[in-house]
Design a protein around this ligand. Structure first.
Ligand code: FES
Ligand code: FES
Length: 198
């Protein structure tokens, strides 16, 4: 039974907080109990199941979405706090039948296997690229006064900036290569040992 079909949740909905969510360019009006997370609102109330629930506690990144252009763990974000914000989920990245360049790169570089963590990985990668464009440094940026440009983004920078997203099957090589492709770099060959400690 879906969450919203459960009697006690339906009652809570009647008493819930009215909010308007802008998701992938569409406007959704709903009522949710104050404790409902954005992740549950997406999946259980709005049927946007592209965003996955892995750990439900901010440890895996499977639920990553973009909120006003910045990546967040939707399992740790209350839906009621997103009123009026622009949310982008994996369903909103493609333009019709044309994949987002990061989505295409994930396919071409074999950046996923199970697919469960892939929506979050792709959303995080899209955000990563924007963060670099905006001059954000990471924990491995050697000179904080000169954050890296996309063209010179190193493998260690990509890995650090995606350390918020876990892949248990080991598709990391393909994921790093996909980000490399999306930013215009020549991706490393498939046999590259990009997980070797640097
Ligand atoms: S489901 Fe949100 S971080 Fe794992
Ligand atoms: S692609 Fe999901 S665990 Fe690796």
């Amino acid at each position: 039974m879906k969450l919203k079909e459960q009697p006690e949740i339906a009652l809570a909905e009647d008493l819930g907080i009215p909010l308007t969510l802008r998701i992938n360019g569409k406007t959704y009006s709903l009522r949710v109990e104050a404790r409902v997370t954005l992740l549950d609102a997406l999946r259980e109330y709005l049927g946007l199941t592209g965003t996955k629930k892995g750990c439900d506690r901010g440890q895996c990144g499977a639920c990553t979405v973009l909120c006003d252009g910045q990546r967040i763990y939707s399992c740790l974000a209350l839906a009621a706090m997103q009123d009026g914000k622009e949310i982008t989920t994996i369903e909103g990245l493609a333009n019709g039948d044309t994949l987002h360049p990061v989505q295409a790169a994930f396919i071409e570089q074999d950046g996923f296997q199970c697919g469960y963590c892939t929506p979050g990985q792709i959303c995080a990668s899209v955000a990563l690229i924007e963060e670099v464009k905006q001059g954000c440094a990471s924990a491995v940026t050697p000179d904080l006064t000169h954050p890296p440009q996309l063209a010179e983004l190193s493998e260690s920078e990509i890995k650090e900036r995606l350390s918020s997203n876990l892949c248990r099957c080991g598709a990391y090589n393909g994921i790093v290569a996909a980000v490399g492709q999306a930013i215009g770099q020549t991706p490393p060959p498939p046999e590259a040992l990009v997980l070797v400690e640097e």
